[in-house]
Write a protein that binds this ligand. Structure first.
Ligand code: FAD
Length: 382
């Protein structure tokens, strides 16, 4: 097995490291976090550096990249203290590029080229979290128009993104298989009838997350994305690569927390010697390192499998599950090593600790990952 990076990957990461040093200093991240502000300046720098179009097919003006490279970039951003959401649009727009109409694709790409999130992912509702089949938002045809009614919950980017990719159920459904009642709609966030109210979260302060109320939002047939009744299948083509992207971001933030804590362990003197001289601290450092190595192996291998067209239903769910838990443990140990200072906003480990926690919930909870992987693993033994 060859774990060496290619020359192109080395060069790409070196230019990214330079960009991170210049455009993503910790002082700026801290300021954005404290003010609950989107880090626009950093996103603009990533876009200008070409990272916003990395992974987008050439026909849409992008620079193709394999999955391993995409994951290396994600890891490098969070390893240097950047936020998870700042990279990966090319993966999340995949369903639009595959199923969107030429006009919808153009609208998506206009946003991506400008460094904006193109759309809000409109799945979750108050009664439909892990159970997407319980989605109650409806679409209904009246007088040659289509009307959307419902309530979406936890909509990230709802204050900024121009569209919502809205999963809705046919109000007049008769389908025997209820999953065929769901379709995707391209819903402009500025339309009358759309109301977004931000949630007050304990972390993830650089990105808004909102309740979104949809009250008779008027669309037309051209706003359907892909095929009617195919909403779930279309949504799922992206899940596995997105799970892996989350895992890669978690790997980077675990490395970031680890390095801050390791440096601190060498500097902080108590009882006349650096705290890192104590075996209890060395035990933490060693276990953190093992977890990071495991995370890296799972992420890189799964990325390699995707690039080699090997099915990753199991390995992407395992990577997301393991990395979400291990990164949380690493961040928690890092905070413990830093003692009281770790519990203040002056220390970035406190931000990593808060922001890591969400990934055991978002993008599919730990329990859902166990459900996905567990069923698939056992299938091989029946
Ligand atoms: C900050 C943030 C941003 C988000 N952004 C978006 C977004 O942009 N778009 C979007 O659509 N969604 C978004 N979400 C929603 C996220 O996807 C959901 O929170 C997640 O899917 C879980 O749903 P839930 O919160 O309703 O929990 P529930 O599904 O109600 O689950 C509660 C608990 O029960 C467990 N559970 C549920 N079912 C089972 C089962 N069968 N077996 C065992 N345990 C089970 C869960 O694992 C969890 O521990 C976001 C969430 C957060 C916190």
């Amino acid at each position: 097995m060859d774990f060496r990076l290619t020359e192109e990957q080395e060069l790409l990461l070196e230019s990214l490291r330079e960009l991170m040093r210049r455009d993503c200093p910790e002082t700026y991240m801290k300021e954005c976090y404290e003010n609950h502000e989107y880090p626009q300046r950093f996103i603009d720098a990533l876009t200008a550096g070409g990272f916003g179009l990395l992974g987008v097919p050439e026909e849409y003006g992008g620079t193709p990249a394999d999955t391993v490279t995409m994951m290396l970039v994600m890891e490098e951003i969070t390893k240097n203290g950047g936020p998870h959401f700042s990279f990966g649009q090319p993966l999340s727009i995949k369903d639009m590029l595959e199923f969107g109409s030429p006009e919808q694709i153009e609208q998506t790409m206009t946003a991506v080229k400008a460094g904006q999130a193109a759309f809000v992912l409109g799945f979750t509702e108050p009664q439909a979290g892990s159970d997407s089949g319980a989605i109650a938002t409806t679409f209904q045809r009246r007088n040659g128009k289509v009307y959307i009614n419902g309530h979406k919950s936890f909509m990230s980017n709802a204050l900024r993104a121009p569209y919502m990719l809205c999963l809705a159920r046919d109000a007049d459904e008769t389908a025997a298989d209820k999953r065929q009642a769901f379709s995707m709609w391209w819903l402009p966030m500025q339309k009358p009838g759309v109301k977004a109210e931000p949630l007050k979260k304990i972390g993830w302060h650089m990105l808004d997350t909102c309740e979104v109320y949809l009250d008779d939002v008027e669309l037309t047939e051209k706003d359907l994305v892909g095929k009617e009744g195919d909403g779930f299948r279309q949504a799922m083509i992206n899940f596995e690569a997105e799970r892996l992207l989350i895992a890669a971001g978690l790997l980077g933030s675990a490395e970031c927390a680890f390095e801050d804590a390791a440096r601190y362990a060498c500097q902080r003197v108590q009882f006349g010697r650096p705290i890192g001289d104590n075996q209890l601290i060395q035990l933490k450092i060693t276990q953190m390192k093992i977890k990071i190595e495991n995370m890296r192996n799972m992420v890189y291998k799964c990325a390699w499998e995707i690039d080699n067209k090997i099915p990753v239903r199991i390995s992407s769910a395992l990577a997301k599950l393991y990395c979400a838990q291990a990164a949380m443990e690493v961040a928690d140990d890092a905070l413990q090593i830093m003692g009281g200072i770790g519990y203040t906003v002056d220390c970035r480990v406190s931000r990593l600790w808060l922001d890591t926690r969400v990934h055991r919930i978002g993008g599919g909870t730990d329990e859902v990952m166990i459900h996905v992987a567990g069923r698939a693993i056992l299938k091989n033994y029946r």
